[in-house]
Design a protein around this ligand. Structure first.
Ligand code: AMP
Length: 189
């Protein structure tokens, strides 16, 4: 099963993706986590990435498309996977759509976890204390939210119009367990 999970920073997509991946026994592929792992390496690439990520900007489509296309062709992705944080731009969506076509892969479900902007800011603030994520600082929150509205919302619109039967919206201002069960209900249909 292949699931795409969308939501603004702080909407809870990482939390839901983790629970779902355990429940469905498929991989949770978070591009944010993959990139944060890369930052732990002392490489030239990680130095460049650190500046981009900590400023709240997006890393290049080319780099992320390359990472993802290599990752999903590995054996452990055969059963399926959950994309968390990808595709995040229209270029990424176009790239992965063609990649799926060429590799006989099919999206099964797309979920958007919605959260209003005030709640989003509150949650990211809280997370910046709890997880000490450099890109959760007040200064970068605005950039990250702008990126979401300018670059990622068009991706949501793209899938809503091309795959309306696979696209579901779930309210993010609910208990984690309720959001999870709402997603499961859609999957069980
Ligand atoms: P996240 O944990 O999903 O919020 O991602 C953290 C940061 O990693 C983002 O603010 C971006 O700088 C970078 N990132 C994650 N996914 C992508 C993506 N699909 N395209 C570009 N940059 C990304």
């Amino acid at each position: 099963m292949i699931i795409f999970l969308f939501g603004a920073p702080g909407a809870g997509k990482g939390t839901q993706a983790k629970i779902l991946s355990e429940k469905l026994n498929i991989l949770h592929l978070s591009t944010g986590d993959i990139l944060r792992d890369e930052l732990l390496q002392e490489s030239k690439l990680s130095q460049k990435l650190k500046v981009i990520i900590n400023s709240g900007s997006l890393v290049s489509d080319e780099l992320i498309n390359d990472i993802i296309s290599k990752r999903i062709t590995k054996k452990d992705c055969k059963k399926g996977f959950i994309f968390d944080g990808y595709p995040r731009t229209i270029n990424q969506a176009n790239y992965i759509d063609i990649f799926f076509q060429n590799n006989q892969l099919k999206i099964n479900y797309l979920f958007e976890i919605t959260l209003n902007q005030n709640e989003t800011i509150k949650r990211i603030n809280k997370r910046s204390f709890e997880e000490n994520r450099a890109d959760d600082s007040i200064d970068t929150i605005k950039t990250r939210l702008n990126k979401y509205f300018n670059d990622t919302v068009p991706v949501l619109k793209h899938y809503k119009s091309t795959q309306p039967e696979l696209y579901f919206t779930v309210k993010g201002d609910q208990e984690i367990s309720i959001i999870h069960s709402e997603i499961m209900k859609k999957l069980e249909k």
